[in-house]
Design a protein around this ligand. Structure first.
Ligand SMILES: Nc1nc2c(ncn2[C@@H]2O[C@H](COP(=O)(O)OP(=O)(O)OP(=O)(O)O)[C@@H](O)[C@H]2O)c(=O)[nH]1
Ligand SMILES: [Mg+2]
Length: 228
């Protein structure tokens, strides 16, 4: 069994990749997970899944990449995938102005359906097509990203430009967020236990120090839990 299908990873994150038809969503995921690029590729139908395990500071992080169809008729089905996404990559084609102009519309769906903590990245793909073919300049894309509070990166699935950087940075950010969430949850549990023990001691005080049999059991249980 290869590393990507085994279950020995510490974190699992779901990354949803969206954007207009032909921007290179499938090519980007294929380059990252399988390490190759194909010129002739069929348009995606519905949603497909591919995964890869990356090593971040000695911890294994499994990235599940959800490749979606850009075609309009699939968007209703795809919306149900937004809710579980830890990160969303919104892609456009640097040689196709229309695909960049669609980003605000994709953002409407992202804001409507994704978890507010999801990491959002704007990706301009096909950097290998330079000169006159390029229709979107980096400044406009970076401005939009800044305004919408997105990370921004330019890639080429064909030339393998920035693909590893994109997914590694995403994995690092998601791992960091997961650690912070766990820490916050632990703090909340500790605060709850402290509040609970204070309320039990004030209850005993209110009883004038006389503890009914039932309360002694509860009190011991909480004490044992706190000291363990
Ligand atoms: N030159 C160049 N072509 C690319 C790049 N990425 C993808 N392509 C080409 O763009 C076309 C569309 O790529 P796909 O990966 O199928 O695009 P998609 O976004 O998955 O499209 P849908 O599945 O229809 O939504 C294909 O011919 C790819 O070979 C790139 O980085 N550079
Ligand atoms: Mg596709």
């Amino acid at each position: 069994m290869d590393e990507n299908t085994r279950n020995d990873f510490k974190y699992l994150f779901k990354i949803l990749v969206i954007g207009d038809v032909g921007v290179g969503k499938t090519s980007l995921i294929r380059r990252f997970t399988k390490g190759y690029f194909a010129e002739n590729i069929t348009s995606t139908v519905g949603v497909c899944l591919d995964s890869k395990v990356v090593n971040i500071s000695g911890e294994k992080v499994k990235l599940q990449c959800w490749d979606t169809a850009g075609r309009e008729e699939y968007q209703t089905i795809i919306q149900s995938y937004y809710r579980n996404a830890d990160a969303v990559i919104m892609m456009f084609d640097l040689t196709n102005q229309g695909s960049f102009a669609s980003i605000p519309q994709w953002l409407v769906d992202v804001h409507r359906y994704t978890n507010k903590d999801a990491v959002k990245v704007l990706v301009g793909n096909k950097t290998d097509l330079k000169g006159a073919r390029r229709m979107v300049n980096s400044r406009s894309a970076a401005n939009l990203a800044e305004f919408e509070d997105l990370l921004y990166l330019e890639t080429s699935a064909k030339w393998d430009d920035n693909i590893e950087t994109l997914f590694t940075e995403l994995a690092e950010q998601l791992r960091e967020n997961a650690k912070t969430k766990t820490l916050n949850r632990m703090n909340e549990t500790n605060n709850f236990l402290v509040r609970k023990s204070v309320s039990i001691s004030s209850y005993i005080k209110r009883l004038g120090g006389k503890i009914p049999f039932q309360s002694v059991t509860n009190c011991c249980r909480v004490k044992g839990f706190l000291s363990s």
